[in-house]
Ligand binder design. Structure first.
Ligand code: ATP
Ligand code: MG
Length: 357
């Protein structure tokens, strides 16, 4: 029997609720499959630990994760703690040392979900956004001087390295090549950001030569927002910088119906360290404790995790369960306009997995 060790970091707020639901569907997936077992190990890292100890995770936290095959993450953040502390204290403190440089966000309109774009045919909105996840605008460089004085200055410096841009560009072309339409849109802002983004464009052109079978085009990020809304069917795989893709993928999630559905993977494509899978939404304290958080984004993320650890059949089974849930309005949580609870949705997913032939 194949064994997989999974680190489970629920985090804060609804992260705790959706990850508990995710663990139930993962256990059901292993049970139904019969070919593998999951060792799900919980970690209490998050805001509660920060209040108690001054740190979201132990100093050797990233190293503790190295012995796992994958990481399932919920959400982190609390109303009383500044967002940048949380982001740098936990998510980036994991992604950066583990060099999970490719953030992958599939977006499509699942059966039964209404897009704000109205009625769409399947395939009209079926994208994968590849986000550079290790450098760029979120490299953390810059500083502040003359705090509080009229001369105060603050800078955020974007870092683009040839090696960093090249590896994400190659990964994006490979992702596009593996999909039926073999089409990549390279997002840039090289008209205004005239150093890093010009390097980005040059490397895109270099890497494109190795992928003659992939059609590619280039879009400025501002025009890209218009195209995503007006011509969604003209897009397939999209690659963008850390900041640009962060923004575009929230837009994508909204166009696909709800932020509660969208999944993401933080990958180390070379598999030197474990990759991390999480719903894209945050800790959402406005609905925490009400039992109505939509767990579908976590289920989809868990399916991506199963795929990544080599359990493709279980991943496909879990996605069939997800599509059965979204197709049934009685299983829609309030964010989708329904009245279902996290627990009812999870029970339905478990039943669909166990009953899947
Ligand atoms: P963060 O600061 O990390 O972005 P947040 O608390 O602002 O976290 P978001 O993820 O940005 O939460 O979500 C915005 C709103 O969308 C939430 O306040 C919540 O009402 C709703 N929402 C987010 N995720 C879900 C979900 N899984 N199920 C239902 N509603 C959700
Ligand atoms: Mg938010």
């Amino acid at each position: 029997m194949r064994q997989h060790r999974i680190a489970v970091i629920p985090g804060d707020g609804i992260g705790i609720e959706v990850v508990a639901a995710g663990c139930r569907v993962l256990e059901a997936s292993a049970q139904r499959d019969g070919g593998f077992a999951l060792d799900l190990q919980p970690f209490d890292w998050g805001s509660e630990r920060y209040r108690r100890t001054g740190a979201f995770m132990p100093a050797d936290g990233a190293d503790q994760l190295r012995r796992f095959d994958a990481i399932l993450f919920g959400a982190v953040g609390a109303p009383d703690i500044a967002d940048h502390l949380t982001l740098w204290g936990l998510r980036l403190a994991i992604c950066q040392p583990l060099d999970q440089y490719a953030n992958v966000r599939p977006t499509r309109v699942l059966p039964g979900i209404r897009s704000p774009l109205g009625a769409l045919d399947p395939g009209d909105l079926d994208w994968v956004i590849v986000r550079e996840n290790s450098e760029g605008e979120y490299a953390g460089q810059g500083g502040r001087s003359h705090r509080g004085l009229p001369e105060e200055v603050a800078t955020d410096v974007s870092i683009f390295t040839r090696a960093g841009v090249k590896r994400i560009m190659r990964f994006a072309f490979e992702t596009a090549r593996a999909r039926p339409r073999k089409r990549l849109t390279i997002v840039t802002k090289s008209n205004a950001q005239r150093h890093g983004m010009v390097l980005w464009d040059e490397i895109a052109a270099e890497v494109a030569r190795d992928f003659p079978d992939v059609t590619h085009d280039k879009m400025l990020v501002d025009a890209m927002t218009v195209r995503m809304v007006m011509k969604p069917q003209s897009l397939d795989t999209i690659v963008a910088t850390n900041l640009h893709a962060d923004i575009l993928s929230d837009l994508a999630a909204a166009l696909a119906g709800s932020i509660g559905i969208a999944p993401t993977a933080n990958l180390d494509p070379e598999r030197r360290s474990p990759s991390m899978f999480e719903p894209i939404h945050g800790s959402a304290f406005d609905i925490t404790g009400k039992g109505i958080a939509n767990p579908v984004g976590t289920f989809w993320s868990a399916a991506m995790m199963l795929e990544h650890i080599g359990e493709g059949a279980a991943a496909a089974r879990l996605m069939r369960a997800v599509e059965r849930i979204t197709a049934d309005a009685a299983l829609h949580t309030p964010d989708l306009g329904g009245q279902a609870t996290t627990d009812a949705v999870t029970a339905a997913a478990v039943a669909a997995i166990l009953g899947d032939n």
